[in-house]
Design a protein around this ligand. Structure first.
Ligand code: SF4
Length: 282
């Protein structure tokens, strides 16, 4: 049985950076908290807890908090100001790509554009970007949702949106306004991971997609594999692997979401390699 691992499986640049910032702080300070779970992976969250890094909610400030870490999605301007008013250390681990989207939204608003955001209005990243975009900003998740625009419109995009959707949005928006300024704030890492996963899924008998069940980007990878028609298993850890999934299987593809650590991927590949050796003996 051949095992093919996607090159881009696992932590993206922004997640890696956020975890390193939090771990570095916990080495020198106690009372380190992250605003919400740092990433959507239960196993990593448990490891962080073991190192003294715990999540907190803005409505329930821990009494011993000394450092608050802002996660990759970023926060709204109001929450940022609130955290900085508390007299604690604030480590901003907002991914630099998300930060750019926030800055462009602010700039467009200051230049007098109505800011149009393509993304999921309820996603924390979009909530954060919108808070910098002025009172007349609008968020749409589908281009068809745009009904009316002002004359001058500036576009920013949630980092995980597909570029094809941005193209459709621009085609529609230009018919409803006079001036359109666009910042393409899509993160290539997501698009490349999806492309690589689609190619891999098209060339194997079974796909394993590794990552938190609460991770949107891991779930998106699993759905993509299923839509290609390959038998797909979304798992979080090696314990979930079942021998019978691989009966008569010649090739397995392995991919993982941006919040899946290397040690979980390695664990699973090691167990798969063990199954293959058993298979060869049998
Ligand atoms: S997917 Fe891209 S934008 Fe999101 S955290 Fe990772 S590097 Fe940053």
């Amino acid at each position: 049985m051949k095992i093919k691992k996607a090159e881009m499986a696992g932590f993206c640049f922004g997640v890696k950076r956020a975890i390193e910032l939090a771990l570095k702080e916990a080495q020198v300070n106690s009372g380190v908290y992250t605003l919400g779970p740092l990433i959507h992976n239960p196993q990593v969250i448990e490891r962080l807890k073991a190192k003294g890094i715990n999540p907190f909610e803005i409505s329930a400030l821990p009494s011993d908090i000394k450092t608050a870490v802002i996660r990759t999605h970023g926060v709204s301007r109001e929450i940022n100001e609130y955290l900085n008013s508390l007299g604690i250390k604030v480590i901003d681990a907002t991914c630099p790509f998300v930060k750019k989207a926030q800055q462009y939204a602010k700039l467009l608003h200051e230049e007098g554009y109505q800011v149009l955001i393509l993304g999921d209005a309820n996603h924390p990243e979009v909530v954060g970007i919108k808070s910098y975009a002025g009172p007349d900003a609008i968020v749409v998740s589908e281009p068809e949702e745009i009904v009316k625009l002002r004359k001058r419109v500036g576009v920013v995009v949630q980092t995980t949106q597909p570029v094809e959707k941005l193209q459709r949005l621009l085609e529609r928006a230009i018919t409803l306004c006079k001036e359109l300024k666009v910042y393409n704030t899509i993160c290539n890492s997501t698009a490349q991971r999806l492309k690589e996963t689609a190619e891999l899924a098209g060339s194997v008998d079974v796909m394993l997609v590794i990552g938190g069940r609460n991770s949107a980007n891991t779930t998106q990878l699993a759905r993509l594999c299923e839509s290609i028609g390959v038998r797909t298993y979304h798992i979080e850890t090696a314990d979930e692997l079942r021998d019978e999934w691989f009966n008569g299987v010649e090739s397995v593809g392995v991919t993982a979401g941006a919040s899946t650590p290397d040690w979980i991927i390695e664990d699973i590949i090691n167990k798969l390699t063990g199954l293959r050796e058993e298979d060869d003996k049998g």
